[in-house]
Design a protein. Sequence first.
Lengths: 158, 368
Amino acid sequence: VQEATVTNSNQRMEALYRTMGPKLWRSLLAYSSDPEIASDAVAEAFMQAIAHRGEIRSSERWLWTAAFRIAAGELSRRRTILLSSSEPTYEMPTSADHIMTALRALPMNQRIAVVMHDYADRPTKEVADVLAISSATVHVHLSRGRRRLRGLLEDDHD
Amino acid sequence: MTRKTDLRSLDTVGAPDLWPAIQSGRPRPVDFGPPARSTIQRVTAGVVALVITVGGGLLLMRAFVDSDERSAPSISLPGGDIATSGELIAFSTSQMHIAVIRPDGSNERVLTTGDEVATSVAGDVADQSPQWSPDGSSIYFVRIVGDSSWLCEIKADGRGFQVIDREFNGAHLALSPDGSQIAYDSKDGSLHLSALDGSNDQVLAAHVAGPWGGWGPNRPAWSPDGSQVAFAAPMKGAGTCAERCALWVMDVASGRRVNLTEDEPQGKVVSVTWSATGRIGYAALDGSVEGLPRIRLWTTEADGSDQQEIPSTGDIVPVAWSPDGSLLLVGRYRDAPTMKDEGLFIAAEGSLGLLIADARSAFGDWRP
């Protein structure tokens, strides 16, 4: 029974990665504009989740918040928060490229809120967890971020 | 509120398969250079950057001016080594074994291997949350085995391992001052109180959630006389700690509990300690600034009065006090509290010195 438990534990973590890993990676890419940071953050979050398995109650929630915090810390360290004029460092479809360019123009908290909530469908409480702010403040960031993003995307289409 | 932005075209971006790297890798180690040899050398040589200001250090010291020393008898260790009160710290290594080390960073000894008892789950055993017995002879700890957790005990000399409870289901353990009871946060999300043998289990409070869906450094803390327990729980007493997490104190006998941070919310409380003189130290996440939140350290009297902040670099949490109250064991994190462990440090006289980098930052206890 115990051997089966371990197998199931490992299988569950891999299944979780297969389910949420690609979306998490794309979200982190949208947030950081850096595929290396996105990959590092996803890998680090999963490795930490495995190492901290005795302390985590909700793996998915923990992984999302942890990965975004790791990426935010790495961005801060590298001081490479890209400006709107910066060129993307990863080849991608044109439609996604437009969105990435627009996202880079948003302040960090607005960008995290929009990417996590609007793209990844994470609840506002989770965004609040990442930024240690209230859900009400997350809604403020969301509203402002969406307005600005729409303006940027419309300008882009014009 | 404005409607969602359509970002579905991001789904067309190809994502790499990182699972092979995850499966084969380990969390990146943090390099702090060679360990220091003594507290004095650590402080004077500045092995680690000055973190807690002199003012903060004085606050810590002031909290223990009248400390009553708990004194456990000396114990003999392998190799003829003798340890007296306050001369050993129990901790969990980064590989999740229980170990002890002297406060000056010497004589580290790993006590558990994970295979003392056959479990058929080799490689999936993790030991954490060590707590000294009042007489300083034994260490109680939590062993995570697969999806369950056990309450275990081992003698300070590494002998006498035993499993006390195989259906413990807790993560962070706090032993009462007289050693008769344990308070712990359970997998069910509640704060439990039980006898050391697991009997008389009762729920003290619901939803003592750690941050981000994990427990994090969320151990409860006992008052010196064992009549009260302090812990982090939702501000309103129910729900989760997703937004605000308060510092609560509960009278064990009556069940009456008080929110000490109701009038002066200091962010999201994530770690609580209680000094021998009755002063409570805790950490709280502050998200009032753009970007990643800081961890701020606070002390308060047990009735919630005289709350004071201890200046710090924003990445450390309190773990345990020395028996004489002059030193504070703290855990340090990189980027995300409860995540990337940078090990255990000792705060004293306005400075922070590395005790050991190869340690989980959430766990540690000073021998009485």
